[in-house]
Design a protein around this ligand. Structure first.
Ligand code: SF4
Length: 433
């Protein structure tokens, strides 16, 4: 799930208990009364017969991507290799090449008999992602990939080096059915769910690039492991709307090598705009991933417009489910909150958010306000710095740990929620097809 408006993401709505212009509590009284309402810019949101933004939960029927080793369990991999007429132990060798050496190139698989490599790779490691475009920052420490899937659908991932860690923002769906008014990914609706292997392949391709020295920004004194250490599901799509494949991908990420990528579950962040039944399911998985709720508004009045799925599951229901996740897993929950000028950045909304979080307990949650890009002339523009600071101060003063999030990647239009294929991208893809 992506979320961030043009820097895209969210804006909350004032709730019935918190009318617009509600005076702020605390030392600083709020004087701003401006209330910008969410609306699309330059495109028309699809609506249902009652005039509500159309939500699309089911994936349209499309041709499925070829089955890949990363779609299968270790047992299924052995069976598939046997079906190809080869000994089952070749599955483990192939898995080692894929999950440990990040290769699908038969030439590099010198431990396999030369006359069976091509057959094994064709049957087990079919190509899934074709690179269409790559954008990187000057220092080369942030790289955005645009990938074409087997059926022409486009998705993106963004690789970012931070001190001591390397994060990959992955896509989980081509398009998205959640129809958030600030989000270009959702404009055309949901194209299809990505397969488990298509999700995993984004990581393997990033790891391959890192191993080849393609990610810049490494400091001389940085001795951290050179591979993706953190995953955030904040690229295209709402991950919990593609629940089974996303969770199968998470299982492969955390499985020990060579059966999987051997990553730590704690470094994996699954985010959602608030699909409550799926959040509850996630809490029962017994995989200690980090859970992030993209809230963007503490009041239903605003959130109904900002995050259309709020018409199905309200703020309090989403927060209850998030708290339940913490209660069951012991993992502190992240609340994502894009700060949008005069839309959701009012001090009273910071107070209301703090109140709602504190009502459910202490120490269970962390808030990440996300500064948007300054976008002159757009309603989806960044809050002013003093307003951002006041928002953060109020939450911290109320005992809610709150830190402004790094929005690395903005300069290449790659911050979460901005992962949107542009017309230019489509043209680049068409030229390659
Ligand atoms: S439309 Fe989908 S991808 Fe875009 S912000 Fe909403 S949930 Fe995220």
């Amino acid at each position: 799930m992506t979320e961030t408006p043009r820097t895209r993401e969210t804006r909350p709505a004032a709730s019935a208990s918190a009318p617009q212009g509600r005076p702020a509590q605390g030392k600083v009284r709020e004087t701003r009364t401006a209330q910008v309402r969410p609306k699309t810019e330059g495109w028309t949101q699809q609506k249902d017969a009652e005039g509500r933004p159309l939500l699309q939960f089911a994936s349209p029927k499309r041709g499925k991507p070829p089955v890949h080793l990363a779609d299968l369990t270790p047992t299924e991999r052995i069976e598939k290799v046997k079906e190809l007429g080869l000994p089952g132990f070749r599955a483990k060798q192939l898995s080692t090449h894929y999950f440990r050496h990040y290769t699908s190139d038969p030439e590099q698989m010198t431990d396999l008999p030369a006359d069976t490599r091509e057959q094994l790779v064709a049957g087990m490691l079919p190509p899934l992602l074709t690179e269409v475009r790559r954008l990187e920052t000057d220092r080369g420490d942030t790289i955005k990939f645009l990938w074409r899937l087997h059926d022409g659908a486009l998705v993106e991932s963004v690789l970012m080096r931070y001190p001591g860690r390397i994060t990959l923002c992955v896509s989980s769906q081509a398009g998205c059915g959640m129809n958030c008014p600030f989000c270009a990914t959702g404009q055309a609706g949901l194209t299809r769910n990505m397969s488990t292997a298509e999700i995993i392949e984004q990581i393997v391709r990033a790891n391959r690039l890192i191993a080849e020295g393609g990610l810049g920004g490494k400091k001389a004194d940085d001795h951290s492991m050179e591979r993706v250490s953190n995953i955030v599901f904040m690229g295209m799509g709402e991950p919990l709307a593609n629940y089974k494949r996303v969770m199968d991908a998470v299982r492969s990420m955390v499985a020990a090598q060579p059966d999987g990528l051997g990553m730590s579950a704690r470094g994996i962040t699954v985010s959602t705009v608030g699909l409550v039944p799926a959040i509850k399911k996630l809490a029962d998985e017994n995989i200690p991933v980090t859970f992030a709720l993209s809230l963007h508004a503490p009041d239903d009045h605003l959130r109904d417009e900002l995050i259309p799925v709020n018409s199905r599951w309200k703020v309090d229901e989403a927060l209850d489910a998030a708290y339940e996740y913490y209660a069951k897993t012991g993992r502190r929950v992240s609340i994502e909150y894009a700060l949008i000028k005069d839309m959701n950045d009012h001090a009273w909304r910071a107070d209301l958010l703090a109140e709602k979080l504190n009502q459910r307990g202490r120490g269970w949650v962390h808030v990440n306000p996300i500064p948007l890009n300054p976008t002159p002339g757009s309603i989806w523009t960044s809050s002013e710095i003093p307003v951002q600071n006041e928002f953060v101060r109020r939450l911290n003063d109320a005992g809610i740990p709150t830190t402004l999030r790094d929005t690395r990647g903005k300069e290449i239009d790659g911050a979460c929620g901005q992962l949107v294929a542009t017309t230019e991208d489509e043209a680049a893809s068409a030229a390659m097809a």
